[in-house]
Design a protein around this ligand. Structure first.
Ligand SMILES: CSCC[C@H](NC=O)C(=O)N[C@@H](C)C(=O)N[C@@H](CO)C(=O)O
Length: 663
């Protein structure tokens, strides 16, 4: 039997590290109920809280001179971040922006630490423009106390518009001389472009070939006026590449022939002792999904995503196109948010696993990172009322779906399934009766996202396991982490093929000796919420109950009402209102509610800027009108994510009661 739900959901998390020039580490912790800025002077030391808001902080970045930590905070989880700086000695705060109508995307500190760069959609709500701001005299510790107002803020400075952007445009890095900015625009999940902007003149140079459907992420200026980033320009998977800005050539620096990857496939400690994972590490191609470089020292860290598990390497640029790196020893799990401090002495990252709540680890690179660095744990957030040894490890499986993977025709073609293999994680409760175990099919959002063996939502999953449910987490086509071709298999007119992958999952589960095929729950958030609504309308007989978190019910109203800045980006994934309207109507679950047979729980937040809350209201009303049991949980102080612990506890207590009643 499970413990009290609050025991599980009281687990704390520490994420989003930033390394100060003196080696201290700042990070976000939800110890007080929402993510706030904390700092720690050394590994394992009790950290110091630096911000004290009710609203969550979403990003923190220690200045290059160490005098301030910039952070972004929204209001009511509306994702309209405003920017601030906090003095890491006195906790004094200065507000930098005060435009709640606009979103401010943090860009970075100038090399001298007296200027910041960011983008914001102040102009028209749709396009993000590039701004820089002098903050030298605003850094709280340098400001006269009488200038501060009650909350420590002051009249916000007017940033300088450097250049107008197009769409979802962000600043990635400052050049080492402070004269240029490296910027990127996200045209679609699979299509980004890089530009170098002159800070003084605003002149913008396009430095990637705009040939569409190529991604460039984690872009960073290199030591020689070049750019390093992760890209699938030269492969189906993401590699570490160098862009020679003189000749606009993109050269692979670290690809799938990396010794680090081969070492992992040969049994590196970072991968679990699991035959399916080991076989995948050998037989399939994987992406680099994390990267940080200090241009002054050439020191770097990068992470491979192998079957969802992270393999980490640290070292330095041995030349412009060669890296000398060694594996970094760390517990098995998922590494994210890799960052490196000024001077490259120390890197930091977030590490988590299904039995490790998000913790900050550091890698000391002082010797160039080639002496076999190991990751040192810096934070030990409380696991809450349930100790980590209670948490279960998932098993990676692959199930066959309806079509053929031309690159990997299955040798096991069966009469009903042609063989493309869909990766999924399954976790069984400690004790179960064969054939009588209920299962929650938990579908991730995105769709360019990936369910991995990390801590994400793990407490509530462990609660369900302890309540006797099995968990099944499929990475259906369209998921990230398996290459560009796999990610494109659900684009626009192929949308419903991913729902067919859920049908194939249910067929696989029905054959599983532990599972009760009459007790299958469909569960998912955001795009995963659409998948839930699509699955219960397309295959109504499969499901005992369904839970839709912030899901899309009507593709036309969703695209009409989603944030203006993101509409074209989402149309690239889903289809355009102008050209695909009929198709979008045809796959909108709202028009198929008469097919739904199972009870439905709908959760949302009033302030959701991505999937408008009206998506929840229209589906809940329409399904209830069919006489189907529907329960809704809509928070007036939340958005696309439920950011406060008390709200999370409320929503999951209600979901548990709903499932207890209907499954
Ligand atoms: C200009 S949009 C950039 C990507 C975007 N991030 C923030 O909005 C995004 O699409 N993120 C997805 C995880 C997402 O929100 N997907 C769904 C909801 O799950 C959607 O709204 O399309």
């Amino acid at each position: 039997m499970p413990r009290a739900l609050r025991d599980y959901l009281s687990a704390r998390e520490t994420q989003a590290p930033t390394v100060g020039p003196d080696g201290r580490i700042g990070f976000l912790s939800d110890a007080t109920g929402t993510m706030q800025v904390w700092t720690s002077d050394e590994a394992g030391a009790w950290p110091t809280q630096r911000t004290f808001y009710e609203d969550r902080v979403s990003v923190a970045d220690w200045s290059t001179d160490g005098g301030a930590i910039a952070f972004g905070k929204d209001s009511g989880a509306d994702e309209h971040d405003q920017l601030f700086v906090v003095d890491p000695e006195t906790n004094e705060i200065a507000r930098l922006t005060d435009r709640p109508d606009a979103i401010h995307l943090w860009g970075g500190w100038s090399p001298t630490g007296d200027r910041i760069a960011f983008t914001a959609n102040r102009r028209d709500g749709a396009d993000f423009d590039v701004y820089v701001m002098d903050v030298g005299d605003l850094v709280p510790g340098e400001r006269d106390a009488d200038e501060a107002t009650a909350d420590g803020s002051t009249d916000v400075p007017e940033p300088r518009l450097v250049c107008e952007g197009t769409g979802f445009y962000a600043v990635d890095d400052w050049s080492r001389d402070g004269a240029s900015l490296l910027t990127s625009t996200a045209n679609a999940s699979s299509d980004t472009d890089l530009f170098v902007v002159d800070v003084e003149t605003g002149e913008r140079e396009h430095v990637t070939p705009h040939d569409g459907d190529v991604r460039y992420t984690h872009a960073t200026f290199g030591p020689n006026g070049d750019v390093y980033c992760l890209s699938d320009a030269n492969a189906d998977t993401m590699e570490l590449v160098r862009i020679d800005l003189e000749i606009c050539e993109i050269e692979t620096v670290v690809g799938i022939d990396d010794d680090i990857l081969e070492a992992a496939a040969a049994g590196d400690a970072a991968l679990p002792d699991d035959d399916t994972v080991t076989a995948g590490a050998h037989d399939r191609d994987w992406s680099i999904d994390g990267f940080a470089l200090d241009a002054d020292s050439g020191r770097l860290v990068y992470t491979w995503n192998v079957e969802g598990y992270s393999v980490t390497a640290a070292g330095r640029l041995a030349s412009a196109t060669d890296v000398a790196a060694v594996p970094v020893d760390h517990p098995t799990g998922v590494v994210s948010e890799v960052t490196i401090g000024a001077g490259g002495e120390r890197a930091a990252m977030t590490l988590s696993a299904t039995n490790l709540n998000y913790s900050i680890y550091a890698i000391d690179l002082a010797d160039g990172g080639v002496a076999g660095p190991e990751a040192t744990r810096w934070t030990r957030p409380s696991p809450g009322g349930v100790t980590l040894d209670r948490y279960h490890e998932p098993e990676l499986i692959r199930y066959e779906t309806f079509d053929v993977d031309e690159r990997r025709p299955s040798a096991r073609e069966t009469e009903s399934r042609a063989g493309r293999e869909i990766p999924a994680f399954i976790t069984l409760p400690d004790e179960y009766e064969p054939g009588e175990t209920p299962v929650i099919v938990d579908i991730h959002g995105g769709p360019a996202a990936q369910r991995r063996p990390s801590w994400r939502n793990r407490p509530i999953r462990q609660y369900f396991l302890d309540a006797g449910y099995a968990l099944f987490e499929p990475n259906v086509r369209g998921s990230a982490g398996y290459g560009a071709e796999y990610a494109s298999l659900d684009d626009v007119e192929k949308r419903m093929d991913s729902v067919r992958d859920i049908d194939a999952a249910v067929e696989w589960l029905a054959d599983h000796p532990a599972i009760d095929p009459e007790k299958i729950v469909c569960y998912g958030r955001s795009y995963g919420g659409f998948m839930v609504l699509a699955a219960i309308t397309e295959y109504p007989g499969h499901w005992a109950a369904a839970v839709d978190f912030v899901g899309i019910a009507n593709w036309v109203t969703f695209l009409e009402n989603t944030g203006a800045w993101r509409r074209s980006h989402r149309e690239a994934e889903y289809g355009s209102l102008a050209e695909d309207r009929d198709f979008l109507e045809s796959i909108s679950p709202i028009h198929q509610v008469d097919r739904i047979e199972c009870p439905l729980f709908v959760q949302h937040g009033e302030n959701d800027p991505r999937v408008p809350v009206e998506e929840a209201r229209q589906i809940a009303e329409a399904v209830a009108d069919q006489g189907i049991p529907v329960e809704t949980c809509i928070f007036d102080d939340e958005g696309h994510h439920t950011t406060s612990r008390e709200n999370r506890i409320e929503q999951f207590e209600r979901i548990v009661d709903f499932l207890d009643e209907h499954v």
